[in-house]
Write a protein that binds this ligand. Sequence first.
Ligand code: OXD
Ligand code: MN
Length: 650
Amino acid sequence: MSKTRHQEEIEEEENLFYEVHEVVVRKLGHVPIAKGDFHYLPKKVQRYVAKWVQICKPRAIYICDGSQDEATEVIHKLEERGMLHKLKKYQDNYIVRTDPADVARVESKTWMCTEQKYDTVPHVQPGVVGILGKWISPDEAAEHLENYDGCMAGRMLYVIPFSMGPIGSPLSKIGVELTDSNYVLLCMRVMARVSNDVWHFLREGDGEFVRCLHSMGCPRPVQRKTINHWPCNPEKVFIGHFPDKREICSFGSGYGGNSILGKKCFALRIAGCIARDEGWLAEHMLIMGLTNEKTGKETFLAAAFPSACGKTNMAMLTPSIPDYTVRCVGDDIAWMRFDKDGVLHGINPEAGFFGVCPGTNMKTNPNAMLTCMKNSIFTNVAETADGGFFWEGLEDETDPHVTITDWLGNNWRRGQPGKAAHPNSRFTCPAGQCPIIHPKWEDKKGVPISAFIFGGRRPTGVPLVYEAFSWRHGVMIGATVKSEATAAAEFAGKSIMHDPMAMRPFLGYNFGKYLDHWLSLEKPPHKLPKIFHVNWFRVDEEGQFMWPGFGDNVRVLDWIIRRCEGDDSIAIKSPIGYLPKKGSINMDGLGKINWEELFSLPKHYWTSDIEENIRFLDLQVGEDLPQAIRDELAVQKKRIEEELFADDGK
Ligand code: OXD
Ligand code: MN
C-alpha cells in the first residue's frame, strides 16, 4: 500500500530529527523549561514538542508529572488571576465561568482530515449535505494550522503525558497533550491518567502515542477582550483530527469536548480509526455492572445514547427494586475487544466524569451528586452566596433564601426568566470518588460485556424496550438511532435528529465502513452481545412521560438480563424485534403504567419511520451502505407492512 502524505511527513520528520536533534534542543534552549527534564522525554515526544514549540512560540515549557503539588500550584495561579475560585461549601471544589461565546462543542468546526475524502465521509447522494462526519482536505487544514504560528506567545506550554485506560493495560492507549490552558491541564488530570509513568511505559513499549495539540488561540498581548479570564478565539475555532498521523490539533476553544483532547477527539474519533485498524470497538457507551442479589451473578451492559439523554444517570442508577446492585464502570465511552475465547471485554478509557449539571440532583442521580462533593471543577454553573453550586434541578436542595449568582455573574432570582446555569454546564469529577464505582473499573483486562443497548429521546411511537433479532438487525437498529437535539453541541431547539450508533458527532471515518466494521465482528470465535433498544422518554397524549425512568429503568435492565440468560418465555416477536411479553417486566409498586400504550407500535408511525430511515441512510451513506443493512431495512419494512394492523397503535 502506498504511503499517505501524512505518513511520509512523519517519516521525514523522524529522519530529520535524528540529524538535527542537537539543533532542535538548542532551539528549544531559547524557550526555558519551567518544570521537568526535556531530555528525559522519549525521543519521539521530544521531537513532537520541539516542532510545536518552534511554531507556537510559548514563553516557557512545563512538563507535567501528574503530582498533587502540580495541581496545587496551577490552582493557586488561577485563583490569583480570578479565573477560578473555591466553592467553600465543599472540599477542593472550584467554579469556573467561560467566555459566553465558548460553551459547547462546535460541531461545525470539527473536522477529520484525510487525503481521500471518502475515507472520512460516505458518498452522499448528489445535492445532499452530509451530516455523518466532516472532511477537510490536507490543504485546507494546512490553512487553519497557520493560526498556530506564534499562538502561544507570552504563555506557558504544558506538556501532559496521559493514558486513556489504566496505564499498562493492553486495551489502553497513550497520548501527549500540549496546551496553553491551565484549566485544560486541571481537567485532563481528572478525565485521564496523567502521570510520569507514561514516559516509562512509552519507552518500554512501542513508543506510539496520540499527538494532541491545543491552543486557546490568544497570544499575548491579547487582541480580543478577555471575558471571565477565559481566553478563547471563537472566530478561528478549529478542531482538526489527522487519523493517519494519530494527531489532533485544536484551536480557539477551551470548552471541554474541544479541549480535553483525551475525551471525544482521542477516545472516540481517533480511537475509532485505531479500533477499525486493530479489530476492536471505540464507542459512545456507558458500561455498568448489575449483580442479581439472589443468584450473585453479575452482568455487564454497555449502552449508547446520544449526548444528554441521561447516560450518566443510567450508568450509576439507584435501583428502585431490591433485586439488583448496580455498579458503574464508565458513563460515556467504552473501548472493547474480543479476547482469545471470543468474549468481548470493555474498559472505560476515562478517569473522570464530565457530566451535564442541570437536571442532576439527589433524586435523579444521588451517586453523581456524591461523586462531585470534592476535588471537582464546575463550569458555567450558578453559585449560592454560601459557597455552593446551583443549577436547574437543585431548587429543592437549596436554601430558598440564599442569594444566587447565575453563570454569567448576575444576580438571579428563582422564577425569573432565563436559566441560572448554562444548559451545558458541567461537573468534572474523579470517577474513583463515585460511591458505586465498580471495583474492577480499572481492571486491565476490562469486564465482559453481555449486551449493547441503544436509545434516544423518542417522545412518540417507540416502545420502552425491544430486542434485535440478530447481530445484523441490531446493527441496523443502531444505525437508525435518533433523538431530540441537545445542548451539548451548538444546536438549539427540540427537533428529532438522526444520531446513528449515538456516534454522529464522534465518527472518525466513513460511516458505511464503520457499519462494515461492526458487521465484520460476526465471526468465530466471537460471542456477540445481544442488542436492545430502549426509550425512557415516550409521552402520552397529554405530553406526560409514560415511564418514570431513572431508578425504575432497572426493571427494564432486569428484563434485558433475563433475555441475555436465555429466558425465551418473556418475549414475543413483533415486526421491529422482540417485545416483552405482557407482565414480564416487574412493575410492582409503580402505580398505573399503561402497558398497551407503552409498547404499542402505531402502524402509521412505524411505516413513516422505516421509510424515513431508508431515505436517510440512502441519502447520507449512499453506495457505502452495506448490503446487509439495506436488506435488514427492507425486511423490516415488509414486516411492518404485513404484520402491523392499522388499529394496532392508538
Ligand atoms: C458529552 C457529549 O459527553 O456531548 O459531553 O456526548
Ligand atoms: Mn458523551
